[in-house]
Design a protein around this ligand. Structure first.
Ligand code: IPM
Ligand code: SF4
Length: 479
């Protein structure tokens, strides 16, 4: 009987089995950001402990940074305190900090892959739930809390419960206007926001095989929204092509050797799974959330539910969501007016996302009633997008072209919804108050759908929304 990737990687990183039955797992890469680490570093300082493996620890600043002026001190004193603490901690403990001065700052889940820090077969931890993103490379990557951040800083190890594995095969070809974002929103709609609790999700099947690394990252990123702490894709030639030449990837002969090892950690053909699910890609359309968690979604050509048609146990949540969002039961989602359009977040702020959004924006104008913004995931993506002229396309249409960071994904910085504004957002969470206003409302969708909604001033079906006749001349290259 063969093994899955997660079994192989887990075994190779097992230090020992603890008396509790948990695994003491060695962590290959520890990513650090400003929000979840100050107390962890303080704890080490109090005990006089060093960071055990500073060379396996990398920090950036993303959640609280303004995407406009970076003049210090920040106006928000809490944000200023968090960044100052991270700067001091990195200095005191010898941890490299990828801040704005490096030209490599960005959302932690964007810069890890970009720098080649994220590699197949690694165990990766970060005090952030969307660490599952890195699983796109065939890494076992998961979010941890602040006390576990302290454990990893101090020992480079974690006490972990093993996970069951659910294989999710997406077969066939995605139709025009349907993206990885739609696939993962559909998976969460079908399996539920708690369906993945206790599981790692292995994404496979011909549609996933055909996806770029950016698309696989979008899928793995939202695993946590389906309850799965880990999501991964087996490494293949697409993975290796992405890795080659990245600053922290093995180079030359070492890269060739690494490829052999990376291939060997992929799930075996005869591996057994705790659960197996299959989805047809061909039948999928664009998906939009209408409610208060990422599982409350419909096809863009469908209607929001009526409380009567859902199982009794779901009814209170559906009623609450309809009321909060201001939807009449059974209303069509298409045509919903929007106030804000946000292209960004660790789900969908990579170069290919910006290129795709720009395709629909070129030569158009943002609706007068909409404020629209594009927030690249990293400084490198921003620079590459500018080299291709994407920023001009967005700005000419009336989009705000901003600096990199988490921005309005969660509104822990000046980018926030106001009052009851409703946003079309390429991010990953639509919880109450998520985008910075307690009464603000969020509709999650693909970046192309956000771009089209910005132009139309309402939710539109991207399949009916033609890009301007001339395609932007896309220069090859990568961030
Ligand atoms: C701030 C951080 C702890 C949080 C997370 O863990 O995911 C944030 O990134 C989010 O997306 O809600
Ligand atoms: S972009 Fe959003 S989801 Fe991603 S790490 Fe930042 S706040 Fe969390």
């Amino acid at each position: 009987m063969g093994h899955t990737l997660i079994q192989k990687v887990w075994d190779q990183h097992t230090v020992r089995t603890l008396p509790t039955g948990q695994t003491q797992l060695f962590i290959g890469l520890h990513l650090v950001h400003e929000v979840t680490t100050p107390q962890a570093f303080d704890d080490l300082r109090r005990r006089g402990w060093p960071v055990r493996f500073p060379e396996r620890t990398f920090a950036t600043v993303d959640h609280i940074v303004p995407t406009g002026s970076l003049a210090r001190p920040f106006q928000d004193t809490m944000a200023e305190a968090m960044l100052s603490a991270l700067e001091r901690n990195c200095r005191d403990f010898g941890v490299p900090l990828y801040d704005h001065s490096t030209g490599r700052q960005g959302i932690v889940h964007v810069i890890g892959p970009e720098l080649g820090l994220t590699q197949p077969g690694m165990t990766i931890a970060c005090g952030d739930s969307h660490t599952s993103t890195h699983g796109a490379f065939g890494a076992v990557a998961f979010g941890i809390g602040t006390s576990q951040v302290r454990d990893v800083l101090a020992s480079q190890c974690l006490a972990m419960e093993p996970l069951k594995v659910r294989r999710i095969r997406v077969q066939g070809v995605l139709q025009r206007g349907v993206y990885a974002k739609d696939v993962i929103l559909k998976i969460i709609q079908v399996l539920g926001v708690k369906g993945g609790v206790g599981y790692a999700y292995e994404y496979a099947g011909s549609a996933v095989d055909g996806m770029s690394m950016d698309e696989r990252m979008t899928m793995c990123n939202m695993s946590i929204e389906g309850g799965a702490r880990v999501g991964y894709v087996n490494p293949d030639e697409t993975t290796f092509a992405y890795m080659e030449g990245r600053p922290f990837a093995p180079q030359g002969e070492a890269f060739e050797r690494a490829k052999g090892w990376w291939r060997s950690i992929a799930s075996d053909a005869d591996a057994s799974y705790d659960d197996d699910v299959e989805l047809r890609a061909d039948s999928l359309g664009p998906v939009v959330t209408w409610g208060l968690h990422p599982g409350q979604s419909v096809g863009v050509d469908e209607r929001v539910p009526t409380p009567g048609e859902v199982p009794a146990e779901d009814r209170p949540l559906v009623e609450e969501a309809l009321q909060f969002m201001g939807f009449a039961p059974g209303q069509a989602i298409e045509g919903t007016p929007i106030d804000v359009a946000f292209v960004g977040s660790c789900t969908n702020s990579r170069l290919s996302d910006l290129r795709e959004a720009a395709r629909f924006v070129r030569g158009q104008k943002v609706a007068r009633s909409v404020r629209a913004m594009v927030v690249p995931g990293s400084q490198a993506i921003r620079a590459q997008a500018e080299a291709e002229g994407l920023h001009e396309i967005f700005m000419a249409a009336g989009f705000d072209w901003r600096g990199s960071g988490c921005s309005m994904c969660l509104g822990m910085n000046p980018d926030k919804l106001l009052g009851r504004e409703i946003s079309a957002s390429s991010s990953n969470r639509n919880f109450k108050g998520r985008q910075g206003s307690p009464t603000g409302r969020t509709l999650l969708m693909s970046p192309a759908m956000v771009a089209a909604a910005a132009i139309a001033g309402q939710v539109v079906d991207i399949r009916k929304f033609e890009p301007a006749a001339v395609e932007p001349p896309l220069v090859g290259g990568r961030a």
